[in-house]
Structures are given as structure tokens and as C-alpha cells.
Design a protein around this ligand. Structure first.
Ligand SMILES: *Cc1c(COP(=O)(O)O)cnc(C)c1O
Length: 450
């Protein structure tokens, strides 16, 4: 069962929490209890394929609408792409020959169809929602605010799904040109996925989605559902890859302490990591990298949490001034700042530092990072400088660099190969509607399309 962070007496099953997105009163759903696996159970889960491990973990977070076979089918279908753990010079972590692997890795979470880690959660959520809806035959309208990557992943995951219309709200000038091309060509722009370019910031997009939900009449009429990481259907699957990869690393490298560095914005990815750690995944600490939008890093340092309007940066998917998963993280640490500090360490970086670091790693190793991954890797470097201990460093690579080709090519003075999914998007004519940042404009557009 899940309960509302605004009122613990308000509860729901996974299926209801997923479709309702937020609890009545606007609270975030949180699992009542997080299953705990013994080291032996962890080892046997780690010996499975990623998809099978994910399905087993999902059993404990879902409800009786999902049999083990359903979850197995959902995860095998969703996770048909690799989850490589690589060194900067291109070796994959290999339990047969750990000596050539070293102890510094990138966990590349960008091999799904839209080339960002959002695919892991979006593909699970899309299939889970489809499974629940099939038995009910109902209709839903998804409103999703995106700083660039979520919209593509959700659009792809729900493309041509019966009973679903998806509306993507993105900041007109706040996403990369590759992201914009991707967001505005899903299904050729003629299917059930509609792109709205909002003349404003990502925070404006997020606020519009929230006010659409608060508009009871509108929300009811269209059966609104959120696919942002406020939805538990997004956050839970993000624990699966931390759980599974930490066990691959243990199996290859033995008992060295293990630290993941996560470039963060809305803190959904970190929430997944913290849930995996509570399940018993052998992860010692998390390092958090922020760009100039760093209220969470500030909180870790000072204990004071002060959300504020976002400013645009090079790592646009993290331009978030009010991270919407902060209440979940605060809850996982029972509201204790010292408890959060024991597990999480953070640092923030300017665009100039990020660019310099991208050039340095490229020159030293040939590895090309997207600007977000570079922020995470910088944070890992800063953390390591204060630690006199041999530990395994894993930087979470959140997006393929080609999604940010305009900035990456300018910074590195090199031409990037275009991965296949982006090539096909380039051939399509973009379809989008520009709207002012007003709820009336959103409502009008939705009414026209439905
Ligand atoms: C979404 C995103 C992030 C931030 O993840 P959160 O879960 O919002 O903290 C970082 N990097 C990339 C490339 C992203 O798309």
C-alpha cells in the first residue's frame, strides 16, 4: 500500500496511486514499507538478467492486479536494451577479468529508445498503466512537463496506446535542438502524442501541469494523469537499476565501498537510488551533482531547504529550482538532516567548470559525456578528493551526448555520430503548437485535440 505524504491516513494500492498520480489534497504517494533483502537474496537477484531482477523487485511494490507472470512480461518487454557499466576508456565491467576494469565507471543509462535514463521508468510505467487500463477499458489524458528528456520517453512509452492521449509541455527555448526534434515528431506528430511549446521556463510548465490538476472540473472531465516523477510509477522502477548494477559490481570487484554519483534535478533518480539502498543494495553513499540550480546541494550542506526560481544552464534537464521529490527524500531520512548527510554528499558546478571538465575527460580518455553526466562526474571527483580510501566510483550517465549535440560539439570541437533513433526523428517534420504559459491556453489546446 501507498500513503499520502500530506496525510498518512490516505492510502491507495499501486494501481490507484499510479492512475491518480497525486493523493487527494495534492500529497505525493509513498510506499508504506520498503522490502528488505538479505545479502543472500540480493546475490540471487543479482545473478538474474536485469529484466528478471526488475520483475521480482516489482512484485513487492505492486498489487494483485499484477501477477508475477504479468510483471515478468512487462519487464522483459520494457527492458530490451543493455545497461552497461563502462570505464572511460571503453572497457565494460566484467566479472571474469575485473583487473582490466579499474574502479571508476560510468553507468550508461542511455541505451533505451529515447537515449536518456527516463526510458527505464517511462517504459515500465507505460506498460503498467496499459495493463491496469485494459481490465477497466477507461480513458486517460496524460499531461507531462519536461525539461527535455521526460517528454520523449513518456511519448515513446505511450505511443499508440489505446485510451491514452499524451500532452507534452516543454519550455520553447529551454531544450536542445535534438530534444525539440524528438519531442515534436513522436508518431510523426499525428498520433496520440501532442507537443506544446510553452513560452516560458520548465518551472512554468511544471506549474501549469499542477494547476491543470487542481482544476477539479477539467481534471475530472479528462481523467488527467501525471507522468512526471511525482508519479510513483516513475520513481519505483528507478530503484531497479541501482539494485541490479550494485550487485554486478560487487560480484566483479568484491567488497570495496561503492559510491554512485547522480546528476540531479527533480531528484527522482536519487529517490530510486535511496529506495534500492533501503532494499539492501550494497551501496555505501550517493554523491549529488547540481548545476547552478542547487537548492538540494545547499540543503545537504546547510540543513536549510530554500526552493527558488530556476535559471537556464548548459545541463538543461536539471534546471529545476523546486525539486518535486524533495518531500520523498526528506521522508526516507525521517526528516533528519544529519541522517541525509550520512548517506548523501553534494556539490554544484558552473557551466564553465562543466565545459572544462568535458574537454579534459575527452582529451585524457576519449570519453564523451553529456553536460549532465559531466556535472555528476565533477561531483564524484570533488567527493573523492576528500576521501582517503579505495572505493568504487560510479557516475550515472543520464543521457547520450548526441542528445545535446549542439553544445557538446561546440565544447569539444568534434563531430558526434548520430545514433539510430535520432536519425529517424531527423527525417520527420516537427509538429507543435506554441502556447503562452496560461492554464486557459493548455485547456483550450487539450479540448481541441480530444
Ligand atoms: C531528468 C534528467 C536528469 C535529472 O534527473 P532527476 O531525476 O530529475 O533528478 C539528469 N540528467 C538528464 C540527462 C535528465 O534527463
Amino acid at each position: 500500500m501507498y500513503y499520502s505524504l500530506k496525510n498518512s491516513l490516505v492510502t491507495a494500492t499501486f494501481s490507484r496511486a499510479l492512475l491518480a498520480s497525486l493523493a487527494p489534497g495534492g500529497g505525493l504517494w509513498m510506499p508504506h514499507s520498503i522490502p528488505r533483502y538479505s545479502p543472500e537474496e540480493c546475490a540471487s537477484l543479482g545473478a538474474m538478467s536485469f529484466a528478471d531482477c526488475a520483475a521480482k523487485l516489482a512484485v513487492k511494490f505492486t498489487d494483485d492486479k499484477f501477477s508475477e507472470d504479468d510483471l515478468s512480461a512487462i519487464c522483459r518487454d520494457a527492458y530490451d536494451f543493455p545497461v552497461p557499466i563502462k570505464t572511460a576508456d571503453g572497457y565494460e565491467l566484467d566479472s571474469a577479468t575485473p583487473e582490466i576494469s579499474g574502479n571508476e565507471f560510468f553507468l550508461e543509462l542511455f541505451h533505451g529508445p529515447t537515449l536518456a535514463f527516463k526510458d527505464f521508468a517511462a517504459r515500465f510505467m507505460g506498460r503498467a498503466a496499459g495493463h491496469i487500463m485494459k481490465s477497466k477499458g477507461d480513458k486517460r489524458t496524460i499531461l507531462v512537463a519536461t525539461s527535455g528528456d521526460t517528454g520523449g520517453a513518456i511519448g515513446d512509452a505511450f505511443l499508440n496506446q489505446d485510451g491514452i492521449q499524451v500532452f507534452i509541455l516543454f519550455p520553447k527555448d529551454g531544450v536542445s535542438s535534438v530534444q525539440k526534434q524528438q519531442l515534436t515528431t513522436i508518431g510523426g506528430g499525428r498520433a496520440n502524442v501532442h507537443a506544446m511549446a510553452v513560452d516560458g521556463s520548465f518551472d512554468d510548465c511544471q506549474a501549469l501541469v499542477k494547476s491543470a490538476f487542481s482544476d477539479q472540473a477539467f481534471s475530472k472531465k479528462h481523467n488527467l494523469m501525471s507522468a512526471n516523477s511525482i508519479n510513483v510509477g516513475r520513481v519505483i522502477p528507478q530503484s531497479f537499476y541501482y539494485f541490479w548494477t550494485s550487485l554486478q559490481i560487487k560480484a566483479a570487484l568484491g567488497d570495496k565501498p561503492l559510491v554512485y554519483s547522480i546528476p540531479s534535478g527533480n531528484l527522482g533518480n536519487l529517490t530510486g537510488g535511496l529506495i534500492a539502498r533501503q532494499m539492501g543494495a550494497p551501496i555505501d553513499r550517493f554523491v549529488i551533482g547540481n548545476n547552478a540550480n542547487d537548492p538540494f546541494v545547499e540543503y545537504l550542506i546547510s540543513g536549510e531547504y530554500k526552493p527558488r526560481p530556476s535559471v537556464p544552464t548548459l545541463s538543461n534537464a536539471m534546471d529545476i529550482g523546486r525539486p518535486n521529490n524533495f518531500p520523498r527524500i526528506d521522508k526516507l531520512f525521517k526528516g533528519s538532516h544529519p541522517a541525509a548527510q550520512q548517506v548523501c554528499w553534494g556539490a554544484s558546478f558552473t557551466d564553465i567548470e562543466t565545459e572544462r571538465h568535458m574537454r579534459r575527460i575527452h582529451a585524457d580518455t576519449g570519453y564523451i559525456m553529456c553536460p549532465h553526466t559531466a556535472v555528476g562526474n565533477l561531483a564524484m571527483k570533488a567527493f573523492s578528493e576528500g576521501v582517503d580510501l579505495d572505493f568504487v566510483k560510479v557516475t550515472v550517465a543520464t543521457a547520450h551526448p548526441a542528445k545535446f549535440a549542439d553544445s557538446v560539439e561546440r565544447i569539444l570541437h568534434t563531430k558526434l555520430d548520430v545514433p539510430k533513433p535520432l536519425k529517424s526523428a531527423q527525417l520527420l517534420q516537427p509538429v507543435m503548437t506554441i502556447i503562452p504559459p496560461s492554464l486557459d491556453a493548455v485547456k483550450e489546446f487539450v479540448e481541441i485535440k480530444i
